[in-house]
Write a protein that binds this ligand. Structure first.
Ligand SMILES: [Zn+2]
Length: 257
C-alpha cells in the first residue's frame, strides 16, 4: 500500500471538526508523518491505532505544523519508553519550540534528529528538504521512492525552488492559504490557490492537492482557482481523505472529521 492520508487541512488554527497541517504516508508498511499541527495526533492514532511511526518530518516551527509533535514526544517518552529513537527531520527551530515545552527532559531520548534542509535516506524514501520563503525557516519536503515521488511545500511564498521540489511528482501538496491581499504584500511568505496551481504546472506534477486553508475560506472556490492554472487533477485536502499513489484514484477513509 502506497498512499497519503490527510490528518489536517487548516492553516493557522483548526476549524470545528478539523485539524491543522498533517499527512500520514503509508508506503508498503513504512509509516512517515509530514507535519503535526493542532489536533493531528488523535487522527494519527486513529489512522495507526498502535501508535507506531517510523519517521517524522516537520516543515517549520509554527504551531499549526508542529505542536502535536509535542504530544507524540510525550506518548513515546512516558507511554512507550525503551522504543528505538524516532528519526525526526526538521529545521532547528522545531526542536527549540519543543525544548521550551519540555525544558527538563532530554529530547534525544525520543528523537534522532536530522536537520533540514538536507537529503537523507528515510526507509524507502530519499527525503530531501529544500528551504522555501516563510516568516521562519521552512523546508519543503520531497519523498522519492524509486520512480514515484511526492512533495509537500509546507508554508511558502512563491519561489522557483517549488518547481524543483515538485518536479514530475505523482502528487504535489501545496499550501493555498488565500489570505486577503496576499499577492499585494511586499514580501511573500504564503500563497494563493491560483499560485499553487501555477507552481504545480511549472513542476510538471501529475496531481495537485491544495491545503492549509485559512479558516472560513471557500475551498471549492480555491479548487476552481487552482484548476484554472493546472491541467492535472486538483484534489482538496480534507481530514480523512486518502490518496493512493499506486493507481491514481483518491480513496475515502472512514474515520470521522
Ligand atoms: Zn501554517
Amino acid at each position: 500500500m502506497q498512499r497519503v492520508t490527510v490528518l489536517g487541512s487548516c492553516g493557522a488554527f483548526p476549524e470545528p471538526g478539523r485539524a491543522c497541517s498533517g499527512f500520514a504516508v503509508d508506503w508498503d508498511g513504512y509509516r512517515l508523518v509530514l507535519d503535526l499541527g493542532y489536533a493531528t495526533l488523535p487522527r494519527l492514532l486513529a489512522h495507526w491505532p498502535d501508535g507506531g511511526v517510523d519517521a517524522v518530518a516537520i516543515t517549520h516551527e509554527h504551531p499549526d505544523h508542529c505542536i502535536d509533535l509535542h504530544g507524540l514526544f510525550r506518548m513515546r517518552f512516558y507511554g512507550r519508553p525503551g522504543r528505538p529513537r524516532l528519526p525526526l527531520y526538521c529545521p532547528p527551530g522545531v526542536l527549540d519550540r519543543l525544548g521550551g515545552l519540555e525544558p527538563d527532559v532530554d529530547l534525544t531520548a525520543v528523537f534522532d534528529w536530522h536537520t533540514l534542509p538536507g537529503t537523507y535516506q528515510a526507509g524507502p524514501f530519499e527525503l530531501t528538504g529544500v528551504r522555501l520563503p516563510h516568516f521562519v525557516p521552512n523546508a519543503g519536503v520531497r519523498l522519492q521512492a524509486d520512480e514515484i515521488a511526492l512533495a509537500y511545500s509546507g508554508d511558502t511564498g512563491p519561489d522557483a525552488l517549488l518547481a524543483e521540489l515538485g518536479r514530475d511528482t505523482e502528487l504535489f501538496i501545496i499550501e493555498a492559504t488565500d489570505r486577503d491581499g496576499e499577492t499585494q504584500r511586499p514580501v511573500r511568505n504564503l500563497m494563493t490557490s491560483a499560485e499553487s496551481g501555477r507552481w504545480a504546472r511549472q513542476a510538471g506534477a501529475r496531481r495537485l492537492m491544495i491545503t492549509h486553508f485559512w479558516p472560513g475560506n471557500d475551498r471549492a472556490a480555491a479548487a476552481a482557482a487552482a484548476a484554472a492554472e493546472f491541467d492535472g487533477e486538483v484534489l482538496v485536502a480534507e481530514e480523512g481523505v486518502a490518496v493512493s499513489l499506486e493507481d491514481s484514484s483518491p480513496v475515502s477513509e472512514t474515520f470521522p472529521r
